[in-house]
Ligand binder design. Structure first.
Ligand code: GTP
Ligand code: SPV
Ligand code: MN
Length: 596
């Protein structure tokens, strides 16, 4: 039964029902009862498997097709009326061409299937930040995931004014990789995703809406949609300071967002609270400060490497009401496992492909066969998180003191440095580079430029996006300070030189002290760096001399870096790039050539 008489919504549903020809249409109301019925149905067809109801109550297990395990950046398109609007960093298709192509693929694709109509909200319903969407899908797995990741609720339908909602169309079709398309139409508020069943391609509220479509809306409306975690650090005096951080996919956002400080901090009363682990929407608020909300309602986190030591808060979040995708499944006791969970991999279980698997198994060349896919994920409700911030539902968001950029860089980028001012900070964001990870298909470990961690997610021309960052800085009198971090420097043997995880608190501590003008810094050609003795190493097996090795600015390395940035700017953007960024690059080169 239809749950609304909004003509725009009904026309949208009818248009795609006529095209895709489902046997029936089911409107999702967000009730427990309906979700339980759908879960039962998905269990009966094998779309999902049950987990142990004592150890993992309400949890489910799912495997995607073997060729469908990550975002597909090569098949993701921004479909704007001109190619220039999509810009040099996006794949572009003309809207008419894209609709025709995808309509042809989608024609009749839901015959014999059910079309689910999911009304959902990004942000708490009724928040000034909130945006509403409707996703059509033929996958119960998508319905169940959306119900964790967003606010799925029939009330959303009453909030939608006329045609003001993001239209999402998804079908698994045949999971045909050759005809897989993830198309965003920012001018139409529309997302069209075919032939995939993997999270980032099909949970349309996440990357497709909350970043690609929302970044475009934010540009037009004067706010920001960013690939950022949001955390709060509570100091011993009870005061809480909020920080956002943009790292590329699988580069540590969930881990930093849920950080547990080392003993020397917890003993003094420091605590970290999670507001968000992947996406932040930011607006100018009271006192000319930037305020951030997390538009999501759950965590779609990387499973491998998550354990009771590295991220106990994430692990705790997955102990009930969670969907596990592409990890190891034990059909006997219905538990799940992944590499790095513990040192006792199970025997005689099923790997992420559904093949028989035992921990320690090797292939013909003697290489370990992994049980979980490197991009296997958990979908966990935010409310499960033991360190969830009390401000998680705050409709106005939290005031941001510092913005951190960071990537996965074996060399060059130091542990931490600070921008001289906002413009320099935008420059630092624009020159971000990071090694690719398993979160997207393609080679892993290749350094690529990824400004603001938004290369796969910016829904318009990135030159305009940089200008928008510069403009937002001008608009906010009380701007956050901007920093860059790198947890991933390695030594000549390839070992990480910084302990990372909870110990990243030591860097956050310096960052907050800088925000309060409570500590000095050293001026280097790339920005302000800590004096090594100002990073607290208490309780760490690390000396100030060890630290100096990752608090460096090797001029030769950075001159090469500057040449590479110049090339990136010139070949991608030419004279469309804001002049301020060329001026910053010039300053960097000049600083590096100065003799000191
Ligand atoms: P997406 O969900 O893809 O956006 O990823 P994310 O940025 O949230 O990354 P996540 O926190 O899931 O971390 C990804 C990988 O980086 C995991 O394998 C972690 O173990 C590893 N990692 C996270 N933080 C650190 C750190 O401080 N040091 C090191 N060495 N590894 C880390
Ligand atoms: C990422 O790849 O940055 C993710 C996972 O957060 S996905 O939702 O697949 O994009
Ligand atoms: Mn992400």
């Amino acid at each position: 039964m239809e749950l609304t008489n909004n003509k725009f919504v009904l026309d949208f549903v009818k248009k795609y029902a006529d095209l895709m020809q489902p046997d029936q249409i089911v409107w999702i109301d967000g009730s427990k009862k309906q979700l339980n019925e759908l879960t039962k149905e998905a269990l009966s067809t094998g779309e999902v498997y049950k987990c142990n109801s004592k150890l993992l109550p309400g949890c489910l297990y799912h495997r995607t097709a073997v060729n469908d395990v990550a975002r597909v950046e090569g098949r993701t398109f921004i479909c704007t009326s001109t190619k220039e609007m999509a810009g040099p960093t996006n794949n572009w298709m003309a809207p008419a061409e894209a609709y025709a192509k995808l309509d042809a693929i989608a024609s009749g694709c839901m015959k014999g299937r059910t079309m689910y109509v999911i009304p959902y909200s990004m942000c708490k319903i009724g928040s000034p930040f909130a945006k509403y969407g409707i996703e059509l899908t033929d996958s119960i797995y998508v319905v169940l995931n959306m119900a964790i990741m967003t606010r799925v609720d029939k009330k959303v339908l009453d909030k939608i004014v006329e045609g003001d909602f993001v239209r999402g169309i998804h079908s698994k079709v045949q999971l045909d990789a050759e005809n897989r398309y993830i198309c965003q139409f920012p001018e139409d508020n529309t997302i069209y995703s075919l032939n995939s069943g993997y999270g980032g391609n099909v949970l349309l509220g996440k990357k497709c809406f909350a970043l690609r479509i929302a970044s475009y809306q934010a540009w037009k409306e004067g706010w920001m949609a960013e690939h950022m975690l949001i955390l709060g650090v509570q100091k011993p005096n009870g005061e809480i300071k909020y920080i956002t951080a943009a790292f590329p996919s699988a580069c540590g956002k969930t881990n930093l967002a849920m950080l547990i400080p080392p003993e020397c901090y917890t003993a003094k009363g420091y605590k970290v609270f999670t507001v968000g682990d992947d996406i932040a929407w930011l607006r100018k608020g009271r006192g000319g400060q930037l305020y951030a909300v997390n538009p999501e309602n759950g965590f779609f986190g990387v499973a491998p490497g998550t354990n009771a030591k590295s991220n106990p808060n994430a692990l705790a979040s997955t102990q009930k009401g969670t969907i596990f995708t592409n990890v190891v499944y034990n059909p006997k006791d219905k538990t799940v496992w992944w590499e790095g969970l513990d040192k006792n991999p199970p025997k005689n279980v099923l790997d992420w492909k559904g093949n028989k698997w035992s921990g320690g198994m090797v292939d013909e060349e003697g290489k370990i066969i992994k049980g979980a896919h490197p991009n296997s994920r958990f979908t966990a409700p935010a409310k499960n998180c033991p360190c969830l911030s009390s401000e998680f539902e705050n409709k106005k968001g939290v005031p941001i003191s510092a913005i951190i950029f960071g990537g996965r860089r074996a060399k060059a980028a130091p542990l931490v440095y600070e921008a001289r001012d906002w413009k320099h900070g935008v420059f630092i964001g624009s020159i971000m580079a990071s090694e690719t990870t398993a979160a997207a298909t393609g080679a892993v470990g290749v350094v690529r430029h990824d400004p603001m961690a938004m290369i796969p997610f910016c829904g318009y021309n990135m030159a305009d996006y940089f200008q928008h960052w510069l403009d937002m800085g001008k608009k906010c009198k009380n701007r956050p300070k901007i920093f860059n971090v790198n947890w991933f420097r390695t030594d000549e043997n390839g070992n990480f030189m910084w302990p990372g995880f909870g110990d990243n608190m030591r860097v956050l501590d310096w960052i907050l002290e800088r925000c309060e003008d409570a500590v000095d810094a050293v001026e280097t050609p790339i920005g302000y760096m800590p004096k090594p003795e100002d990073i607290n190493l208490e309780g760490l097996n690390m000396t100030t001399d060890d630290l100096k090795k990752i608090l460096d600015c090797d001029k030769k390395v950075w001159l090469a870096e500057a040449a590479d940035i110049e090339n990136f700017y010139a070949t991608k953007f030419g004279d469309t790039l804001p002049k301020e960024l060329y001026a910053e690059l010039k300053k960097l080169k000049k600083n590096l050539r100065k003799r000191s």
